[in-house]
Write a protein that binds this ligand. Structure first.
Ligand SMILES: [Zn+2]
Length: 304
C-alpha cells in the first residue's frame, strides 16, 4: 500500500468530537466533487473515507446519502446528496444562503481544534502525498479556481507556506518542504505518520551527510591521482632525457620513490622514504622535479 493510502486510512481512524466532525465534513464537501444547493457529492476510491463521510453525514446532519459504486479494478465510491431540502439544510448550516459564489466560511473552524479537522477533510477529499523516502510533496488538487485561491490565502494566514501551480483546469496547492509537510501531518492529526515521517527525515539527513563526506573523499582521491600522474610524467621526461642520474641525491631518491609508488599519498610516501621528512618537504622536492621537467620540455621545444 502506498504511503498516501496508509496515511488516509490512518486519518480515517482518528476519532473526533462533534465540532471537529462538522469542520471535517465541511472540508469533504468544499473540496469534493460538487457542493451546491442541487448536489453535494464526494468521489473517492478509498472505502474508509467513504464510510467516514457517510457516518458523519448521518450523525451531524441526519442525512443518508446515495452511494454509487463504479469501476472494475478499483472501486470508486460516489456519495451524493441530491434532495433539495437536505442540500439546503447543509448549505445553511455552513452559512450559505443561496448566493452562488462560495467562499470559505472561516466561522466553521473558529475553534483551534477544528481547523486541523477542516484540513483533514480537504486532504481526504482532494489531497495526495508522495512517499517521503522518494520526495517531499503534498498537494491539494482543486477544480474551482476561486476556492483554490482562498484556500491558498487561508493556509498562508495560518503560517504554512504553500506553493501554487496549474494542472489542466485544476489548481494545485502544494508543499515540497519537509518541515511544512510535517506541520501539515501534525495539524491533520496523523499521529502515526508524523513519527514515520520524522524517521524518514532523520535517515535521509544522515544519508546525505554520508554521501557528502564520501564525495569529498572521492574528490580528494581524484586530486591525489591527478598530482601523482603529473609527477610520474615529469619523472619519465627526466629519465628519457638521461637527466635523472644528474639529480641531487635527495631529488633522485624522491623521484624513484614516486615512480615505484604511483598510487601512494604524500603521507604514505613520507613513511616509505624512511627519512624524517614532512609532507610539505616531500611535496617541495616533487615540485622541483616537475619544474626541471617543464624546463627541459621548454628547452627541447626551442631546440626543434
Ligand atoms: Zn473542533
Amino acid at each position: 500500500m502506498s504511503f498516501c493510502s496508509e496515511l488516509k486510512n490512518d486519518l480515517c481512524i482518528e476519532k473526533r468530537s462533534g465540532c471537529c466532525q462538522v469542520a471535517e465534513c465541511y472540508g469533504f464537501m468544499l473540496f469534493g466533487r460538487s457542493f451546491s444547493f442541487k448536489n453535494i457529492s464526494l468521489i473517492t476510491e478509498n472505502e474508509k473515507i467513504s464510510a467516514r463521510y457517510i457516518k458523519y453525514l448521518k450523525k451531524n446532519f441526519a442525512i443518508i446519502p446515495a452511494v454509487k459504486k463504479t469501476g472494475k479494478k478499483v472501486t470508486i465510491y460516489n456519495i451524493s446528496v441530491t434532495d433539495p431540502n437536505s442540500c439546503a439544510s447543509v448549505m445553511s448550516a455552513f452559512g450559505y444562503n443561496g448566493a452562488d459564489l462560495l467562499s470559505i466560511n472561516h466561522d466553521v473552524f473558529k475553534r483551534d481544534c477544528c481547523f486541523g479537522s477542516f484540513i483533514r477533510g480537504a486532504f481526504l477529499a482532494c489531497g495526495q502525498m508522495s512517499d517521503p523516502y522518494k520526495n517531499y510533496h503534498t498537494e491539494f488538487v482543486i477544480r474551482d479556481f476561486t476556492l483554490a485561491l482562498e484556500f491558498y490565502s487561508l493556509l498562508i494566514s495560518r503560517g504554512l507556506s504553500p506553493k501554487r501551480s496549474m494542472r489542466g483546469n485544476s489548481t494545485v496547492i502544494y508543499f515540497n518542504q519537509s518541515e511544512t509537510i510535517e506541520e501539515l501531518l501534525t495539524l491533520m492529526g496523523a499521529n502515526k505518520k508524523v513519527l514515520e515521517f520524522i524517521e524518514v527525515q532523520v535517515t535521509k539527513t544522515i544519508r546525505n551527510k554520508e554521501n557528502r563526506k564520501s564525495n569529498l573523499e572521492m574528490g580528494n582521491i581524484g586530486k591525489q591521482v591527478d598530482a601523482s600522474f603529473a609527477q610520474c610524467r615529469a619523472i619519465d621526461v627526466l629519465i628519457k632525457a638521461g637527466k635523472l642520474e644528474a639529480l641531487s641525491d635527495e631529488l633522485y631518491s624522491v623521484a624513484m620513490l614516486r615512480k615505484e609508488n604511483p598510487g601512494a599519498s604524500l603521507s604514505e610516501l613520507c613513511r616509505l622514504s624512511g627519512e624524517a621528512i614532512t609532507r610539505s618537504g616531500l611535496n617541495h622536492r616533487l615540485k622541483k622535479i616537475m619544474e626541471m621537467a617543464e624546463k627541459l620540455i621548454e628547452e627541447q621545444k626551442n631546440d626543434d
